[in-house]
Design a binder for this molecule. Structure first.
Ligand code: AMP
Ligand code: MG
Length: 419
C-alpha cells in the first residue's frame, strides 16, 4: 500500500476544511426578520431597506442671523449714505409662526433660527440697520437668499436618508430623529443563549475544590457576543448530563435566536452535547482542519442555530471568531462578516500541523516599515492569557507547517492595534 500523506490520512478521518465548515454554518443561518425599533434600540443595527425622507430638511427656511427679514428688491440701493426705510410689521420668533408677512416696503424683525416670513427673501443683520419707532433703516443691500437657510438644503423629500444594508451609527440616529423616523425598520440584534458544560466547572464567584475550574468560557463568549452586537444571555453551567443540557436548551428556546455551548464535543470524552443533540434535530459533530478549535458541533435545534464549541478557552475564542461571529453578523444583516487583515512581519517563529489552518496568537504593532507580529506565547489551547496579550491571529494556511522571524504572514485583527 502506498504511503499516504498527512493530508490524505486526515481526510480519511473526516477533517472538514475551514472554508467548508464556515460555509456549512453560514448557509444555515438566516438574517433575522426586520422590526421597527425605537431609535435608541435601533442604534448599531442595519437598515432593512432604504429609509427615505417624507419631508424636506430643514422643513422650513429660517434666518441665519438676528436682523430684519426683507424683500431684496426693496433694499437694492441701500447703503450707509442712502439708507432704505422700511416699516416693521411684526416679529418672527424661533419656534413660532411669524406674526406677519412682508409686503413691499415692509420688514419683519427676525431671530436666528426663526422661520422666514412669507414675502421675504433676505435677512439684513441687525448691525447693518437702525431701528426707530416702528421703522427700520437698512444700511446695506442684499441679494435674494442672503442669510437665509433654505428649506430642503440638507435633504429633499424622497431622498434616501439611510440606504438599506447600512448600520445606524450616531449621525444616522440624529438624521432619522430630525426627519421624523423614530422607528426605523432594522434587523434586530440576536439574543444568544450561552451555556457552559462540564462537571468540573464552578461559577467565578465560587471557591474551587481541588480539580474544579472556574467557568471562563461563558464570560469570554459574553464579551465576544457583545462586541459582535448580539445580546448574550448567560444560562449558566450545565452538568455533563444530556438530559440536563436538553432541558436547559428547551427552557431558553422561546427567547433564543441562537445557542452557544462550550465543552463536551471532543472525541473520547463524555460527549454530553453530542449525546443530547445528535439524534434530536440536526446538530452535526465534525472535526475542522484548524488549530486550535478542531472539534465542532453545529446545527439547528428547534430551528435555531446551535454552536457546540470545544471546551478549551483558546479553542473557544478562535472558534467564536471563525463561526459564531460571522453568523451573528449575518443574522444582523451585516454585509462584511470578516475581520480586517494586515500583512505583518513575524518577529518570532510559529508552527503547527501542516494539514490544518493554524492560528497563532500575536501582538501586532505598526512600525516604521509596516506591521510587525510578535507571538504572545505557547501554543496550548488552554493558555488564555496568551490571547489577552494578543490583538491578532496570524494565519498559517494548510500546507504551511511553520514560519520564522522575518516571514510575512496575514494577520486577522480581532481588536484595534491601539486598544
Ligand atoms: P471538554 O471538551 O469539555 O473536555 O473541555 C476541554 C477542556 O476545557 C477541559 O480541561 C475543561 O475543563 C476546559 N473547559 C471546558 N469548559 C470550560 C469553561 N467553561 N471554562 C473554562 N474551562 C473549560
Ligand atoms: Mg467537558
Amino acid at each position: 500500500m502506498a504511503t499516504r500523506s498527512v493530508h490524505d490520512h486526515d481526510s480519511a478521518e473526516g477533517l472538514v476544511s475551514l472554508d467548508d465548515a464556515r460555509e456549512k454554518v453560514l448557509s444555515q443561518v438566516r438574517v433575522l426578520p426586520p422590526l421597527e425599533l425605537p431609535l435608541t434600540d435601533a442604534y448599531g443595527c442595519v437598515a432593512a431597506g432604504d429609509i427615505t425622507a417624507a419631508i424636506d430638511l430643514p422643513e422650513f427656511a429660517s434666518s441665519a442671523m438676528d436682523g430684519f427679514a426683507v424683500r431684496a428688491s426693496d433694499v437694492e440701493g441701500a447703503s450707509p449714505v442712502e439708507p432704505v426705510e422700511l416699516k416693521v410689521v411684526g416679529r418672527a420668533m424661533i419656534g413660532q409662526r411669524p406674526e406677519a408677512t412682508v409686503g413691499m416696503g415692509e420688514s419683519v424683525k427676525i431671530a436666528t433660527g426663526a422661520p422666514i416670513p412669507g414675502g421675504a427673501d433676505a435677512v439684513i443683520p441687525v448691525e447693518n440697520t437702525e431701528e426707530d419707532d416702528g421703522l427700520v433703516r437698512v444700511l446695506e443691500r442684499a441679494n435674494a437668499g442672503r442669510h437665509v437657510r433654505p428649506q430642503g438644503e440638507d435633504v429633499r423629500a424622497g431622498d434616501v436618508l439611510v440606504p438599506g444594508g447600512k448600520r445606524l451609527g450616531a449621525p444616522e440616529l440624529g438624521l432619522l430623529a430630525n426627519a421624523g423616523v423614530p422607528h426605523p425598520l432594522v434587523h434586530p440584534r440576536p439574543r444568544v443563549i450561552v451555556l457552559s458544560t462540564g462537571d468540573e466547572l464552578i461559577a467565578p464567584t465560587e471557591e474551587p475544590e481541588f480539580g474544579q475550574v472556574r467557568d471562563s468560557n461563558a464570560y469570554m463568549i459574553f464579551g465576544a457576543l457583545r462586541e459582535a452586537g448580539a445580546i448574550p444571555v448567560l444560562a449558566g453551567i450545565v452538568r455533563d448530563d444530556p438530559e440536563a443540557l436538553k432541558d436547559a436548551v428547551l427552557n431558553y428556546e422561546i427567547q433564543a435566536d441562537a445557542f452557544v455551548s462550550s465543552g463536551g464535543v471532543s472525541v473520547g470524552e463524555r460527549d454530553v452535547v453530542k449525546a443530547a443533540f445528535y439524534r434530536r434535530g440536526d446538530v452535526d459533530f465534525y472535526k475542522v482542519a484548524m488549530q486550535p478549535g478542531m472539534p465542532q458541533g453545529f446545527g439547528l435545534v428547534e430551528g435555531k442555530p446551535f454552536f457546540g464549541l470545544p471546551g478549551n478557552p483558546v479553542s473557544v475564542f478562535v472558534s467564536f471568531e471563525m463561526f459564531v461571529r460571522p453568523a451573528v453578523l449575518k443574522m444582523m444583516g451585516r454585509q462584511h462578516l470578516g475581520r480586517p487583515e494586515v500583512s505583518a512581519t513575524l518577529t518570532g517563529d510559529v508552527q503547527g500541523p501542516r494539514d490544518k489552518t493554524v492560528f497563532a496568537r500575536v501582538e501586532v504593532a505598526r512600525g516604521a516599515d509596516g506591521w510587525s507580529a510578535t507571538p504572545t506565547g505557547g501554543r496550548g489551547s488552554n493558555l488564555i492569557a496568551t490571547v489577552v496579550r494578543a490583538n491578532g491571529l496570524a494565519v498559517l494556511p494548510p500546507g504551511v507547517a511553520s514560519a520564522s522571524a522575518g516571514d510575512r504572514l496575514s494577520v486577522m485583527l480581532f481588536r484595534a492595534a491601539e486598544d
